[in-house]
Design a protein. Structure first.
Length: 132
């Protein structure tokens, strides 16, 4: 549904050379209006969220279902995120022991929480769809 509209699931085997230049950006830009912002009004917003809910209700509650074969979190992503976060936490809190809480919005099946957030925060609240 919406993932197909922005080209995210066009083909798992498609290489970057098969995608016309700018196609992903154009598709993403054209889908922004569906979010119900200024041009679409409240009806468009409700339609957009309803489509999102319907999409996720039809997805298997597994790594394969949610991520379509892209279930691993790249170690470089985790290390890069840690390198970004550590100096921010150090600047903000120094060596003080604080109970830190993170919020993982749209957390899906929890890969980011499991592989990154829980290692840097004492507690992680996650906003998920009920079936996950």
């Amino acid at each position: 549904m919406w993932a197909q509209e922005i080209g995210a699931t066009a083909s798992a085997s498609a290489s970057a050379s098969e995608v016309p230049p700018g196609a992903a950006a154009a598709a993403a830009a054209s889908s922004n209006g569906d979010a119900g912002e200024e041009a679409g009004g409240e009806g468009k917003r409700e339609e957009w969220y309803s489509k999102g809910i319907a999409y996720w209700q039809g997805v298997e509650a597994s790594t394969e279902g949610v991520l379509g074969g892209y279930g691993c979190v790249n170690d470089a992503d985790v290390k890069g995120s840690a390198a970004f976060l550590r100096p921010i936490l150090a600047e903000r809190f120094g060596a003080a022991k604080r109970h830190l809480v993170a919020l993982d919005c749209g957390s899906g099946i929890g890969r980011v929480t499991k592989n990154f957030l829980i290692k840097h925060f004492n507690e992680v609240c996650s906003e998920t769809h009920g079936q996950f």
